[in-house]
Design a protein around this ligand. Structure first.
Ligand code: SAM
Length: 312
């Protein structure tokens, strides 16, 4: 870090350490701990002493010094994790997305900044790992048996991309698979197969987060963007979309209709569409509402609790 950046971080730490001291002296609450019940009253106390928007703005400014890109004076560039660009209702709500050794901390060392940015962009709740949807693997193997030759596949909402790389292990040589996620940092981590921030965040290695080895005859690429706004030059033989539809990130009827529109427009004749989720039972109504919107031209082959298979 340059001297200027170190000074900026020191000022940030001084400011938020003082605010923490004020909280400890005057707030009518003990400091946050994992599992603290968040009521409106708790949130308003935190907002009084430690306003989340101000903290998010300040943190985005110091994180900007370590993020990729050339926007150094634009703290709210797309590289800044969405959880800081559109912060939740209070700091404890933000902490609830982070792992325990990191959650509840207000100040940082310079070496923390990069892994912290990654942990904010790819929070635990996204849970991207390989091997999450074994049913899909089998369906895909069967489908590929009758369809030799290179394939073009897109993995929408790919998170940190372990599932995208796993897909690539199954595709024939010459295929191209593109992972799409709305968080630029997730896409950056996915393309570099980088899990180093997890060691910092969890203080341990988790083999489930490792990237599968892929034959270099299959090309793997990643794009950062909202998938509604993307168009491809060619039709897609295989579309995968896991852990998104019907969950907390995408459940409004209009958004679900747009997703169907995007899939129906993109899938090649005879193409395969795989949708998976591991949501809890409370999400069943939203998932059913999505299935009920299936347009003409997309045929359902199979749909059980977690694994939906369609064909065009
Ligand atoms: C729960 S994660 C699922 C990751 C992975 N597909 C899996 O199932 O393991 C959902 C991902 O969708 C991404 N996402 C949310 N809305 C999106 C959108 N409109 N376009 C592209 N990605 C989106 C999030 O950034 C997040 O990485």
């Amino acid at each position: 870090m340059s001297r200027h950046q170190e000074t900026r971080l020191a000022l940030f730490n001084d400011k938020w350490a003082q605010r923490e001291t004020l909280f400890a002296r005057h707030a009518p609450l003990p400091f946050w701990a994992p599992g603290l019940l968040l009521t409106d009253a708790t949130r308003s106390v935190y907002e009084h002493f430690l306003p989340v928007s101000e903290y998010a703005w300040d943190l985005a400014s110091v994180l900007s010094d370590v993020l990729p890109g050339t926007f150094k004076n634009d703290a709210f560039s797309a590289w800044v994790p969405a959880s800081l660009r559109q912060p939740p209702a209070s700091l404890p709500d933000l902490w609830a997305t982070l792992p325990p050794p990191v959650a509840g901390r207000l100040t940082w060392a310079s070496a923390d900044l990069w892994p912290l940015a990654c942990a904010l962009a790819a929070p635990l709740k996204h849970g991207t790992t390989a091997g999450r949807y074994p049913e899909q693997q089998q369906v895909l193997r069967d489908w590929l048996q009758h369809r030799g030759g290179p394939r073009f596949a897109v993995d929408y909402a790919c998170g940190t991309g372990q599932g995208t790389w796993e897909l690539a292990t199954l595709l024939p040589p010459g295929s191209l698979v593109v992972g799409v996620t709305v968080e630029p940092l997730e896409s950056w981590l996915a393309s570099r197969r980088d899990t180093s921030y997890l060691e910092w965040a969890f203080q341990m290695r988790d083999a489930k987060c490792d990237y599968p080895a892929v034959d270099d005859q299959v090309e793997v690429d990643f794009v950062a963007g909202d998938f509604h706004s993307l168009a491809w030059r060619q039709e897609t033989d295989l579309i995968v979309c896991n852990g998104l539809i019907g969950g907390p990130l995408l459940n409004r009827p209009g958004a679900m209709r747009d997703v169907w529109h995007c899939f129906a427009r993109g899938l090649s004749p005879g193409g395969l569409l795989l949708i998976g989720n591991r949501f809890h039972a409370g999400r069943a109504a939203d998932v059913a509402a999505f299935l009920a919107q299936r347009p003409d031209g997309i045929r359902e082959i199979r749909a059980d609790q977690h694994c939906f298979v369609f064909c065009s």
